[in-house]
Design a protein around this ligand. Structure first.
Ligand code: RB5
Length: 158
C-alpha cells in the first residue's frame, strides 16, 4: 500500500476552529495530518504557528500544509519568508486550483473571517487534488525559491 501523504495544519486564534474542521476534512479524504496548533481561542501570534508548519515541511514531517488566520494574509506572509514555501491565499476553488496548477503551491492559506466553512472545504479539496501543470510554469516556479535580483528599471535616470 502506498504511504499516506501527511498534510500539516497551523492556525492562530482566529483560525483554530476552521483548522479543526479542515483537519477532519483532510483525514476523511484519506490523508494523514500533523497539527501544529493553536488549539484554543487564546490570542496568539500567527507567525509562531506559521513557523511551526514551515519547520515541519523543512524536516519532511509533512509534504504540504494548510494555514488559517483571520484573513489568511498574515500567516501566509510569515510562511512565505522561507524559500521552500509557496503559500497561496485562496478564496474560492478557482484560486485554489490555479495555485496548484500554475504556482505549485505547497501551502494553502485561508481566512476564517473571510470564507465560509463550505468554501474553505472546497478550497482544500481542490488544493489536495489538483496537480501542478508544469510546462511553462516550471521555470517561473523555480525562480520563486531564488532571492530577488534587483534590476535597475530601464526608464529611471541614475
Ligand atoms: C488576528 O486578529 C488577525 O490579525 C490575524 O488572524 C490575521 O488576520 C492576520 O493576518
Amino acid at each position: 500500500m502506498a504511504s499516506q501523504e501527511t498534510i500539516a495544519l497551523a492556525a492562530d486564534h482566529a483560525g483554530f476552529r476552521l483548522k479543526n474542521v479542515l483537519k477532519d476534512e483532510i483525514e476523511g479524504a484519506g490523508y494523514a495530518t500533523l497539527d501544529c496548533g493553536t488549539d484554543g481561542p487564546e490570542s496568539v501570534d500567527y507567525p509562531d504557528f506559521a513557523h511551526a508548519l514551515v519547520e515541519a515541511l523543512a524536516q519532511g514531517r509533512a509534504s504540504r500544509g494548510v494555514l488559517v488566520c483571520g484573513t489568511g494574509i498574515g500567516i501566509a506572509i510569515a510562511a512565505n519568508r522561507a524559500p521552500h514555501i509557496r503559500a497561496a491565499v485562496c478564496h474560492d476553488v478557482t484560486t485554489a486550483t490555479l495555485a496548484r496548477a500554475h504556482n505549485d503551491a505547497n501551502v494553502i492559506a485561508l481566512g476564517a473571517r473571510i470564507v465560509g466553512e463550505e468554501v474553505a472545504r472546497d478550497c482544500v479539496r481542490a488544493f489536495l487534488t489538483t496537480p501542478f501543470a508544469g510546462g511553462r510554469h516550471e521555470r517561473r516556479v523555480a525562480k520563486l525559491g531564488q532571492p530577488a535580483k534587483p534590476r535597475k528599471p530601464a526608464n529611471v535616470p541614475v
